[in-house]
Write a protein that binds this ligand. Structure first.
Ligand code: MG
Length: 386
């Protein structure tokens, strides 16, 4: 019998976290849940803890005095407990499915403790890029991407070095406004942006997919994970999301990874790689899939894409500022305080005057993050009062 690998799931009650729990439930013979965390959703976490019986559960946004739970195991509270959980000695694998740059310290803690990090929290990689890459190179930990595009690239690369790669081709569904004329973007409402054509995801990433901010974050993510120059990463719109991404090698061969669009495939791969565990998903049917169509990104209609790449080229704390300002702008849009076209306006206002500096410590990233948030909130306020 194979020894079961210990898994900590951070952000267990979110969209990726719930998918991770589905995978763990199906493969209980291979993995045991060591720890689970949620920010606020204590009822959902309580139910997951009762089901999986982990060593501990973390309610990051709660405290012992006010928390009531049915599960009688070990409860921990506060953000520091997340960092402890990421480095827990009983865990072999840490799934980081936290939302936003708040996941950075957990990412660094998991790598510092030599874990396999199944990384869904792309914002922490973007914000703390050089720090995360350093922690990864210095230690015995590893990063397995949970993002479908990066999982595809990881699978296509199959361990070959970046020197053999000519180009990465990331596919993008194009989001719900792929065909919307730029002149109609001012009319977009929250419900329109939350209706993603091919993927069922959390609300923040769904809006990011609609603005293409998500794709800019993914280009930065690919650049950091696979050590490929930004200029050698191309994005093409592929509306049916069947090809998850491609790698063009220097010998002229291009590899693609295809599959049914569900996060459970990349999650299972990140947990089990290089082994392939059985999965019950709808198989790829080339005849039913029909022609595979591709289009260029409409840069005029999606300024968030170019703003993200510009921040990446600037480097230092600019990607952290981009990501943080975007989080504020998306939250304001979801609250109905900002129109869809206000999202790039707010982010542009923050980046346009960004002072920068190197992202060489957690402190530097945290300061940049909170400063960008402050400036973004100010920009949201200014826009409202206009
Ligand atoms: Mg993705």
């Amino acid at each position: 019998m194979v020894e079961r690998r210990g898994v900590v799931v951070l952000g267990a009650t979110g969209s990726v976290g719930r998918s991770a729990c589905n995978v763990l439930r199906r493969h209980a013979d291979r993995f045991r849940v060591v720890g689970l965390s949620a920010a606020q959703n204590s009822d959902a976490l309580d139910m997951l803890a009762a089901e999986f019986e982990p060593e501990f559960a973390v309610l990051a946004g709660g405290d012992a005095d006010t928390h009531e739970a049915a599960w009688t195991g070990e409860w921990r509270y506060g953000p520091a407990a997340l960092i402890e959980a990421a480095a827990d000695r009983r865990a072999d694998i840490v799934v980081n499915a936290l939302v936003g740059s708040a996941g950075l310290e957990a990412t660094l803690a998991a790598l510092g403790a030599g874990k396999r990090l199944a990384l869904a929290n792309k914002e922490s990689l973007v914000a703390g890029g050089p720090l995360v890459v350093q922690a990864w190179r210095d230690g015995t930990g590893d990063i397995l991407p949970v993002d479908s595009e990066h999982s595809a690239i990881h699978q296509c690369l199959a361990g070959r070095p970046s020197s053999e790669v000519r180009r990465l081709i990331l596919t993008a569904s194009g989001g719900p406004f792929r065909k919307t004329p730029a002149s109609e973007f001012t009319e977009i409402r929250c419900a329109d942006a939350l209706a993603h054509p091919t993927w069922d995801m959390g609300s923040k990433i769904t809006v990011d997919s609609a603005t293409l901010a998500n794709k800019a974050l993914e280009v930065i993510e690919a650049h950091l994970l696979f050590d490929i120059a930004l200029d050698s990463i191309e994005v093409v719109v592929h509306p049916t999301s069947i090809i998850h991404s491609m790698v063009e090698f220097r010998d002229g061969s291009t590899m693609a990874q295809l599959g049914f669009p569900t996060m459970e495939v990349p999650i299972l791969y990140a947990l089990a790689a290089p082994e392939r565990l059985p999965n019950e998903f709808e198989p790829f049917d080339p005849v039913a899939a029909g022609p595979l169509e591709f289009e260029h990104v409409r840069h005029d209609a999606f300024p968030m894409f170019e703003l993200g790449l510009a921040a990446a080229r600037t480097g230092g704390t600019a990607p952290a500022a981009y990501s943080a300002a975007n989080e504020i702008a998306v939250a304001a849009f979801l609250e109905g305080e900002l129109p869809f076209t206000g999202i790039p306006e707010v982010v542009d206002a923050v980046l346009g005057s960004w002072e920068g500096g190197p992202a060489d410590s957690v402190q530097a990233v945290v300061v940049a993050d909170s400063e960008a948030r402050r400036q973004a909130m100010e920009a949201v306020g200014n826009r409202r009062n206009r």
